[in-house]
Design a protein around this ligand. Structure first.
Ligand code: IVH
Length: 755
């Protein structure tokens, strides 16, 4: 059948578009459209080419694996090409894959291994005689880029393999990715600094890895899970995929903690469901599950088609990014007056949920991304994070698209809107005069993690504020039965319940009370730390900046390396005595790194005697500015806290809140203090946490801290315990080498129970 003219021209258009998007994606790391949209273009092209094979050309994007590598990195020719995967989009396609495999292998049931498909970028690691020699990106599959210097900064990639039984030449392949938390942190920082944000963790991972300056890469918390192999010479792997991955795990590489051996396709489908259900709780973005035939001989027998192995498949999840139209931009006023532009969208299904609103963060962000009302935009929804507009498809901009302007007056109260220097947000200056800020303040005060006033929901707060019954949180406690019962949808019973809830809320904890005040930048963790530190409301209310941050500490010119060298030196040499002048004597010590004369004089002046110096900790030595006194609270938050309590109106509300004649809010002596038995085994102990645990690490950390333990990140001689979860990595080895006691999660639970 001859191809009709419209098919010919459609094929050309599609190729041009796909080529353009390949370049944006692979070379610039700046995709313009979501993967789902790209896949649609590709599938359409494949479908037309399948119908009219004479239209297939050698340079059609369907015939290639990827795109050109960047010029700036040295080129690497892969010893074994890096392939891609065939996709299955639903159960039927997954079953069809399994049927093909069984037919080819003439087998009843196949053993597969399943693991999440990470949304990062593929990297090949070459180890020669156990030493990492090269790391390369996939590039076009045959030639990639040399990113050895960058990959060496990834903590979980061993520079030298463990054990001795590895092949002399071993190429391991895996996915480099950025955990979600790291992605959010990098974007939040970029937004604060007015820099470029990344659309999703994959772009952020690619952008971080393809930094010509590896020092920038080192600042990004990249990680890598390995899932396969390239060239293997002078040694062998196991007979199975699972066995071979177990080997590389033993050699010190990370593999997916979710890896599972599965019998037959039904098992695979069950596993796919299970991982889909847990997708949001994983620390990293995944876009499906990869299934591989477990037997390596079977893999070999199955072989490859042009760009993908016949023994593996990616069973995808619904995409987390979709395309829709931006109908309008409205402005919301938050608790602290910050104006947030919110996108009103033509409803679109993203990963199974209908999305109609998405945050646009702030005015700068809209300008930087050049988002206009009427545009076709890319919306991303991942887990419980608020949906975001991550970009625009400019090619589809209508001629009447309108630019957004941040209002100069608050849309709720009409007060002036200002931009504070160095801040990205525009703010309403109305304070508690602004009904929006007032409502948000009260909602926050009543919320579950704050004073937890049951039944005081959004709708009720709206009414209370609109009718002028409540101006600040203290007014809540002066409400009468009559006033509440007079509100819409509030019968006598509901009024009674609310009064009981208010009464109950007045007995709380100091930490909750601090959090409920809604001090800018002070979240629950900060509130807990403040409660533990200040212990009484009087002390907190009269806080000064110097109580929260020490302007300078340590000795100028001493960084963390030198500080550590000094502390370690005196630990290793307990029987020294000073000869001659103190500063000269210090200069004569075998310290590495060596201290210059100025450092030695400064140390001698500060500590005066050997005993004084011996007692110094690394913190006493290392030079730091604006050192926080309370865990997690630095100069910026300190300013907010001090500013909040300096405000007479805030002090007034606080007085009313704790006045027994008024709201009568009270709490027992700071819980954290009272709850810590001084003889608890963890009091004063330093604990490091590593590996994958059954509960969020942050929660375990808080529990340990509440028991008086200090939780730090790196293992040293001073570490008392290492709490090791699944796949603990290098920390476990270090702990063993230093004789640090290692606890499993169960052992920890037993210790916690006993106390
Ligand atoms: S196996 C020959 N396993 O998906 C087999 N790939 O679409 C090649 N990916 O380029 C890949 N997680 O970057 C495999 N567990 C996993 C994966 C995975 C993510 C990526 C990889 C590859 C792409 C293929």
């Amino acid at each position: 059948m001859r191809a009709p003219a419209d098919a010919v021209s459609r094929v050309e258009t599609l190729r041009r578009q796909i080529h353009h998007h390949n370049y944006r994606y692979y070379v610039l790391d700046e995709p313009e459209i979501p993967d789902a949209e790209y896949d649609r273009l590709m599938r359409e092209l494949q479908a037309i080419e399948a119908q009219y094979p004479e239209l297939v050309t050698a340079d059609s994007p369907t015939q290639r694996v990827g795109a050109e590598p960047l010029d700036a990195f040295a080129e690497v020719v892969h010893r074994v090409p890096m392939l891609s995967l065939e996709n299955a989009l639903d159960e039927a396609e997954m079953r069809a894959f399994d049927r093909r495999v069984r037919e080819r292998l003439q087998s009843e049931a196949i053993t597969y291994v399943g693991e999440p498909k990470l949304d990062g970028l593929a990297i090949s690691l070459t180890y020669e005689e156990g030493v990492l020699r090269q790391a390369a990106t996939r590039g076009d599959g045959r030639r990639g880029e040399d990113v050895t210097a960058q990959v060496r900064t990834i903590r979980s990639v061993p520079l030298r393999l463990e054990e001795e039984d590895w092949p002399a030449l071993l190429e391991v392949r895996g996915e480099v990715f950025l955990p979600k938390a790291g992605f959010e942190a990098i974007n939040a920082r970029a937004r604060d600094e007015g820099g470029k944000t990344f659309a999703n963790p994959r772009n952020a991972a690619a952008g971080s890895l393809r930094q010509l300056d590896p020092r920038i890469t080192a600042e990004r918390p990249l990680d890598m899970f390995c899932y396969g192999f390239g060239a293997v010479e002078g040694g062998a792997l196991a007979d199975t995929q699972r066995g071979s991955l177990a080997l590389i795990k033993r050699w010190g590489l990370r593999i997916s903690p979710e890896l599972k051996v599965l019998e037959g396709v039904d098992d695979c489908i069950g596993y796919h469901r299970e991982i889909a259900a847990r997708r949001d709780t994983l620390d990293y973005d995944i876009d499906g599950v990869v299934f591989k035939v477990n037997g390596l001989a079977d893999q070999e027998a199955l072989g490859f088609v042009s760009r993908a192995p016949r023994w593996a498949i990616a069973f995808k999840f619904p995409p987390q990014e979709e395309v829709t139209r931006l109908l309008d931009i409205q402005v919301q006023v938050g608790r602290t007056g910050a104006l947030t532009p919110v996108a009103r969208l033509e409803p679109v299904q993203v990963a199974g949920v209908s999305v109609t609103n998405a945050t646009l963060h702030n005015g700068d962000e809209i300008r930087r991304k050049d988002i206009r009302i009427g545009d076709t935009v890319i919306v991303r929804r991942a887990g419980d994070v608020i949906p975001q507009v991550v970009g625009v498809i400019k090619e589809r901009r209508p001629s009447d698209a309108r630019e957004f302007e941040m209002p100069t007056r608050c849309p709720v109260c009409g007060s002036e809107v200002v931009r504070v220097e160095g801040e990205a947000a525009s703010r309403c200056t109305g304070g508690l005069f602004c009904p929006a800020q007032r409502k948000e303040t009260i909602k926050h005060f009543a919320s579950r993690r704050a004073l937890d006033i049951e039944g005081l929901g959004e709708e009720l707060v709206e009414q209370l504020v609109d009718r002028g019954l409540v101006k600040d949180p203290a007014d809540l406690y002066a409400l009468t039965h009559e006033q509440i019962a007079g509100l819409e949808r509030m019968g006598g019973k509901s009024a009674e319940n609310l009064l009981t809830a208010l009464e109950r809320s007045s007995s709380t904890t100091f930490a909750r009370f601090i959090y409920a005040l809604g001090i800018r930048e002070v979240g629950e963790t900060n509130a807990r730390a403040l409660a533990a530190h200040f212990k009484t409301l009087e002390a907190l209310v009269s806080v000064r900046k110097n109580d929260l941050v020490i302007p300078e500490r340590g000795i100028e010119g001493i960084g963390s390396k030198k500080a550590k060298a000094i502390v370690d030196f005196f630990f290793d040499h307990p029987n020294l005595s000073v000869e001659g002048e103190f500063a000269d004597w210090i200069c004569g010590l075998q310290l590495r790194p060596k201290l210059n004369r100025r450092n030695c004089v400064a140390i001698a002046d500060r500590f005066e005697t050997l005993d004084g110096l011996r007692a110094a900790t690394a913190e006493d030595l290392r030079y730091e500015k604006d050192v926080g006194v309370v865990e997690g609270i630095g100069a910026t938050i300190a300013d907010q806290i001090v500013g909040f309590f300096a405000e007479p109106h805030n002090r007034e509300v606080i007085s009313k809140l704790v006045d027994p004649e008024h709201a009568g809010i009270h709490w027992a002596e700071t819980k954290t203090e009272a709850a810590v038995p001084t003889d608890h085994p963890f009091v004063g102990k330093t604990i490091v946490i590593t590996g994958t645990l059954s509960r969020p690490r942050e929660r375990i950390k808080e529990e340990l801290q509440a028991l008086g333990a200090k939780v730090t990140v790196s293992i040293s001689k001073k570490t008392d315990y290492l709490l090791a979860g699944e796949d603990p990595g290098s920390k476990l080895d270090k702990a063993r080498a230093l004789g640090v006691r290692v606890l499993s999660e169960e052992e920890l639970a037993t210790l916690l129970d006993r106390s």
